[in-house]
Write a protein of this length. Structure first.
Lengths: 567, 68
């Protein structure tokens, strides 16, 4: 495996100067110091797994966003922007903002009131043990795979940019994450994620600033992209009327209903990796404000991720190619665009900070996966299914050991994911398998009191199986794409959008049908879990500017303005 | 407990100081082959200064000695 990777690697892009090395080493020292400082504040289950439920809205919100700023965000989406143009921005705007606001204003009160430790924990309260077990096992599986993807992406970047050995990168980063999460639990992960958020912006912000200067501003950049690629590369919506008039081969229905209404809702409202950060908020107002703060910053992330990809189209002298071709020719792939831009503009010191930003992004994603995996394993698999009679101290120790074991499993997974041609398509497929049906189950559980335990379980099971079935169908027979994605011209990401949509529909239909055929649950069992049977606590008598609804409205207005400006 | 914002201040200040120093060194001793485009803008100088000032503000505002 290592020799195969070595054969793919072109000459390193940059050489770190001594000051760059000092900046990278300082970063590792600081994150380990934070973990060491917080080691004494993770002695109970509430402290280790839920950070004591004392995070402010800002800390929870930035951590919520930072946990998502992993390898996919920084490198994968910059590569997607180079490949598909500004269409990749949909994953940040319609593919995130409505879902984050929906989480804040509609779903968070139910998560928060139920005092659950996890999303599978909510399913236990609402639908019973089978639904929790199914959800917890599938989440644990997905999480370690995601963590492996993060590690692989990080090691590839370090290899391409710095010429570092891939094994060295994987082990140094994973051991660091294992140490600081094992020592300080979720609080340590959250603190480091907030730190990483700042480093990511500090390290990545110069690329679009200098890139726009070199390109001669946004208007000139659009002209250059139109000459070198297509005019459609800088339009968000105008080319989505047909599958054949945009670089992604997708129709607007796939973006709006597949991405906006299902995949993003599923990810941002039920993926425990991000929801766990909000559950650590200190009160209901902070829990509602945190995703709104995250949404505000999420709208700005394309500036440091998508714009560098677009700038690469305009200013890089060489043409980047798909991963599979780059592996044969020795050239650079789409996913290399961000490191290439970094090397283009950043001299000594700035380069070290840029590399640190990449490492920070990868490590925040990895730590998010590991801490979520640890909680779900301990509270939703180990305690209910294996050992439910031990002390709180025992479960904290189990959490620490699970952190180490989870990191080791992720390391193994990192080597497995190398066989996939595209990191992005692979992870999107994973989202479709589990996230979309889970969203259907949780949504019906919160909003429809008639949904029963059997309905929830079989809906989740059938939705997940249908998603895996569609994916396998297209793998075996690529012409099946015309049925799954409604067009033979659809490409990988478009397939994932429609696959998610169908699996969500299957989940909802099965849940409704089975629920109507089974005995309704007693209303007293549903109090605090379902809309209409739950009194949502007031956020208190606060001024307008402290109300979540006020800030959500501002985010919505900015969201619409941005979509119209880049139409 | 030390605030997370204090740790962030330390990080920004130290990184800013290192980048500013490297930028000033290159300003005084410009290399024959800079290796980056737009070298003439000396981004390291002004970006390092911005990070340093921001970091110092955070360090001062959230210093452990100023908090109960």
């Amino acid at each position: 495996m290592t020799s195969l990777l070595a054969a793919e690697v072109p000459t390193r892009l940059v050489h770190l100067s001594p000051v760059d090395v000092v900046i990278v080493v300082f970063y590792f020292a600081l994150v380990l110091s934070i973990g060491w400082y917080l080691r004494g504040r993770a002695n109970t289950g509430e402290d280790f797994f839920m950070a004591g439920r004392e995070m402010t809205a800002w800390v929870a919100g930035l951590s919520f966003l930072s946990a998502n700023l992993g390898a996919l965000e920084l490198m994968g989406w910059a590569g997607s922007a180079y490949q598909y143009g500004i269409l990749a921005t949909h994953w940040y705007w319609i593919g995130a903002i409505p879902a984050m606001l929906f989480l804040a204003l509609v779903m968070m009160p139910f998560y928060y009131i139920s005092k659950t430790h996890s999303v599978p924990g909510y399913l236990k309260l609402r639908f019973g043990e089978p639904s929790r077990a199914l959800s917890a096992v599938s989440f644990a599986f997905m999480t370690v795979l995601m963590s492996g993807v993060n590690m692989f992406a990080m090691a590839k970047v370090m290899q391409i940019v710095l010429g570092w050995d891939i094994n060295f990168s994987i082990w140094v980063s994973s051991i660091t994450v294992a140490i600081y999460v094992t020592l300080g639990g979720l609080r340590s992960a959250i603190f480091n994620e907030v730190l990483q958020f700042f480093l990511i912006w500090a390290g990545a912000l110069l690329i679009p600033i200098l890139g726009l200067y070199e390109a001669g501003g946004w208007s000139n950049l659009k002209l250059q992209i139109a000459q070198r690629a297509s005019e459609q590369y800088v339009h968000l919506w105008s080319g989505l009327g047909s599958f054949t008039t945009n670089p992604m081969g997708i129709h607007w229905t796939g973006i709006v209903f597949g991405l906006g209404a299902v995949i993003s809702m599923g990810y941002w409202t039920t993926d425990f990796l991000v929801v766990q950060r909000i559950l650590a908020a200190k009160d209901i107002r902070s829990a509602e404000m945190a995703p709104i703060i995250g949404a505000g910053f999420k709208m700005m992330v394309p500036f440091i991720v998508i714009l560098p990809g677009l700038l690469g189209l305009a200013v890089l002298p060489e043409k980047l190619v798909p991963e599979s071709i780059a592996a044969v020719t020795g050239g650079h792939s789409y996913n290399d665009v961000l490191p290439l831009m970094l090397a283009r503009y950043c001299g000594p010191g700035l380069l070290g900070l840029g590399v640190t930003a990449l490492i920070a992004g990868f490590m925040s994603g990895m730590a998010g996966n590991v801490s979520a995996f640890t909680t779900v394993w301990t509270y939703d698999i180990y305690r209910p299914l294996i050992n439910n009679k031990s002390s709180d101290h025992h479960y904290v120790n189990m959490g620490r050991w699970t952190t180490i074991i989870g990191v080791l499993i992720s390391v193994g997974t990192a080597y497995l994911v190398m066989q996939f041609a595209s990191i992005m398509d692979y992870v999107q497929a994973l989202f479709s398998f589990f996230i979309a049906p889970l969203f259907g189950t949780v949504l019906l559980g919160m909003l429809w009191k008639r949904a029963t335990g059997a309905g929830g379980f079989f809906g989740l099971l059938c939705g997940t199986l249908s998603s895996i079935g569609m994916w396998a169908w297209v793998k075996v027979d690529p012409t099946a794409l015309r049925y799954v994605a409604l067009s033979p011209h659809a490409k990988g990401l478009a397939q994932d959008m429609y696959q998610a949509l169908w699996s969500f529909i299957v989940c909802v239909v099965v849940t409704v049908a089975v629920s109507l055929a089974t005995k309704p649950m007693a209303e007293v069992e549903l109090t605090g879990l379902v809309y209409g049977l739950t009194t949502v606590p007031s956020i208190g008598d606060v001024p307008l500017y402290q109300k979540p609804l006020f800030w959500a409205a501002i985010v919505v207005v900015v969201f619409f303005i941005l979509n119209i400006v880049f139409w | 407990m030390i605030s997370i914002w204090f740790f962030i201040g330390i990080s920004l200040a130290v990184n800013g100081a290192l980048i500013l120093s490297a930028g000033i060194y290159q300003l005084v001793n410009p290399p024959l082959h800079p290796g980056v485009v737009l070298f003439n803008l000396h981004a390291g100088v002004w970006w390092g200064a911005v990070l340093l000032v921001l970091g110092l503000v955070y360090c001062f505002k959230f210093a452990p000695t100023r908090r109960s």
